[in-house]
Design a protein around this ligand. Structure first.
Ligand SMILES: [Fe+2]
Ligand SMILES: [Fe+2]
Length: 213
């Protein structure tokens, strides 16, 4: 018999951990989980593409910054992991006799991209790339947490809890990589600006149940 007390304790630990590290300023609108539950095929489709984009983004970072050994070493396994996530979501669609739909325009990420320093120094542009990935991981993690807590389906709750834990680890890794190559104080200041900007983006996005962000 599983030790429920232990499982519960672990959940509390994860929640506490996330509250401390994510720093996101605007929690997801509570209506979102209900909408997402109604449009499960769309949400799983969108989730699948998010995982695919996470894998390809890590590949792009490795190609662009091949001279940064730690980055290459740390991100190589993440590519496999994100692609594994894509396959898990694909299998979930199939199991439920649902289909992978078309990829949508990613309004959230497109809006975030406008905040990148386009004509900054190499270091500033590099930092922004890492922080934007950290931010997307953090928000995905928060959304998966909402799904794991709010879905009236035990199997899906566990499914999303595992994604939540994994993306929390990725968030931490991107911040850690930023601090490896850029002065910690500069990272902290810029991260705060990104958090402020992201909360504005979230405020202005429609609450839609057919997308992860
Ligand atoms: Fe993932
Ligand atoms: Fe991730």
């Amino acid at each position: 018999m599983p030790n429920y007390f232990l499982i519960e304790n672990r959940m509390e630990e994860v929640s506490e951990y996330q509250k401390n590290i994510l720093g996101l300023q605007l929690p997801t609108d509570p209506r979102w989980v209900d909408l997402a539950h109604i449009s499960l095929e769309e949400i799983l489709t969108d989730h699948a593409y998010c995982e695919q984009k996470a894998a390809t983004s890590c590949i792009s970072l490795i190609q662009r910054y091949s001279n940064k050994e730690k980055l290459v070493t740390e991100l190589a396994p993440i590519v496999t992991e994100e692609w594994g996530h894509f396959r898990l979501v694909l299998a979930e669609l199939k199991k439920r006799n649902l289909h992978l739909g078309r990829q949508r325009k990613d309004e959230y990420v497109n809006k975030l991209l406008t905040f990148q320093k386009k004509d900054g120094s190499d270091e500033e542009r590099f930092l922004d790339k890492l922080l934007i990935f950290a931010l997307i991981e953090a928000r995905s993690c928060e959304r998966f947490k909402r799904l794991s807590e709010g879905l009236n389906d035990n199997y899906l709750s566990n499914f999303y809890r595992r994604f939540m834990e994994s993306e929390a680890g990725h968030y931490t890794l991107f911040i850690e990589l930023a601090e490896t190559y850029v002065d910690k104080e500069i990272v902290r200041k810029r991260w705060q600006q990104w958090l402020d900007f992201e909360s504005e983006v979230m405020k202005n996005l429609a609450v839609r149940g057919d997308r992860i962000h």
